[in-house]
Design a protein around this ligand. Structure first.
Ligand code: PRP
Length: 182
């Protein structure tokens, strides 16, 4: 079965995603016009978002990547996260923009904000492609740039996975129930 036949419903088409990313890129390019921001993303979900957003930006930027792991179900209660790969770059005095593919409970982003803020960046903001506010646990999470609000459904595609698959779909959708059950 072809990959897209596993999809029950498309929530955001490839064209919708790309249009929204171009809008975000224009806004961010204007906001950071007199700086060279460091765009940071967390592997692996934000892979395509980083690739497409940065290519649509019109100012010089640097990029860097982190990898983290969560402590199983403990994450839901404590937000306990371990860094597997840290940034290569020093961020002290730099303008850092954290890119996330999705913010769900907000625990990951809150952890990353705490970790990065402790390194004294000149500024630190969040840009999230998808915001699932219905699932938020963290009280206040300042999201400066947001692509789409997403309903409380398990979504895949455009970097988002189910059991490490479906990241390479160019759109964002919901899996058929029989796929999730199998
Ligand atoms: C996803 C996403 C965020 C996090 C959001 O990563 O990229 O980092 O979950 O969830 P939260 O707001 O509830 O903390 P995931 O752990 O699925 O890893 P991946 O990026 O490799 O898919």
């Amino acid at each position: 079965m072809a990959l897209d036949e596993h999809i029950d419903r498309v929530l955001f088409t490839e064209a919708q995603i790309q249009t929204r990313i171009r809008e975000l890129a224009a806004t961010i390019s204007a906001d950071y016009a007199h700086t060279t921001p460091l765009l940071v993303s967390v592997l692996k979900g934000a892979l395509y978002f980083m690739a497409d957003l940065t290519r649509a930006m019109t100012i010089p930027i640097a990029m860097d990547f982190m990898a983290i792991t969560t402590y199983g179900s403990a994450q839901a209660s404590s937000g306990a996260v371990r860094l597997i790969k840290d940034l290569d770059e020093e961020i002290s005095g730099r303008h850092v923009l954290l890119l996330e593919d999705i913010i769900d409970t907000g625990l990951t982003a809150a952890y990353l904000l705490r970790t990065l803020r402790a390194r004294d960046p000149a500024s630190l903001r969040i840009c999230a492609l998808l915001d699932k506010t219905a699932r938020r646990i963290v009280d206040t999470l300042p999201i400066s740039y947001r692509g789409f609000e997403v309903p409380d459904m398990f979504v895949v595609g455009y970097g988002l996975d189910y059991k490490q698959l479906y990241r390479n779909l160019p759109f964002i959708g919901v899996l058929k129930p029989e796929v999730v059950a199998s």
